[in-house]
Each structure stands twice: as C-alpha cells, then as structure tokens.
Design a protein around this ligand. Structure first.
Ligand code: ZN
Length: 158
C-alpha cells in the first residue's frame, strides 16, 4: 500500500472524471519505484508519472503538472462549447438568410416555412393562441426578452 500524502486542498479535481486527486508515495522497498511520488485520482485512477526527489522535492512539480492538465482540459471544454454555440448562431443566420431569399423570390409563405422549419426541429415554434392572448408579436418579443434578461441577470457571465 502506497503512502498517502494529503495535498487534496491544493490539487485540482481530475480532468477526466472530476474526482478528488491525491499525492501518493510509492512504497516498494525492493522495486525501482520505491519512494517515487505521483498524483492519482481516487475515483478513476488517472495518474501522473512517477517523480523522485533528487535534491529537490518532487511534489510541487507534480502538483503543478497535475493542475496544468486540469486547466488544459477546462480550456478545451470551454473552447468546444464556444464553437458549438457559434455553430448554432451561424445555422440560425443561414436559415434566416434562406428565408429572406425564399420570401422575396418564392413568396412570403415559402419564406415563413423556412423559419418555421428552423424553429420546429428544436421545439421552439411559438404557441399562436398564447401569443395572440399576450397581444401579438411585439408583446411576445417583449415578454421573452424580459425573461431572458432576468435569467441573464440571475446567471451573469463569469
Ligand atoms: Zn478521475
């Protein structure tokens, strides 16, 4: 059983599963790994390589190595999210452009169908009776914009 060193307060969560990570020291008196340090996730077992203290303490370097891996994973996730949202916005713009072209060249109903199809897939078609009861398009827009602004105020961007 390897010795456990409590560095959990300074080690970031596992980049793969979010589990708590801990610093360990190999205890293997007859083996080549004896006294080597490593960081390991207590949940999925992801770990750093072994590092030995030769003159200087290997632990700060291991901690930095582990924490950098977590930061890299978070940055990658954040970039993927930004790309996904960018794709969604771009798809909406492309559909609206096609709707304008269809509306001008083939008639307003055909243009409107492009917009309806775009909203229908993800389940965003508005309920017409509800919108009518509210007072129409402007009233619906005002209500939904206010709701979104309230949501954003409650969940500010970091
Ligand atoms: Zn893990």
């Amino acid at each position: 059983m390897d010795h456990l060193i409590d560095d959990s307060d300074r080690l970031k969560p596992c980049p793969f599963c979010g589990g708590a990570a801990e610093m360990h020291q190999a205890h293997d008196p007859d083996g080549p790994n004896d006294q080597g340090y490593y960081v390991e996730c207590g949940k999925c077992g992801a770990s750093t390589n072994l590092r030995f203290s030769c003159g200087e303490d290997a632990r700060p370097l291991l901690m930095e190595q582990w924490n950098r891996r977590t930061q890299d994973a978070e940055a990658l996730k954040s970039e993927r999210r930004a790309i996904t949202f960018g794709d969604i916005v771009q798809q909406q713009v492309i559909a609206m452009r096609a709707a304008v072209v269809a509306g001008k060249l083939e008639g307003l109903d055909v243009g409107m169908q492009w917009i309806a199809n775009t909203l229908c897939g993800p389940g965003h078609l508005p309920d017409l009776d509800e919108a009518k009861a509210l007072g129409g398009a402007q009233a619906l827009w005002d209500k939904e914009t206010a709701e979104h602004e309230a949501f954003r105020a409650a969940h500010p961007a970091p």
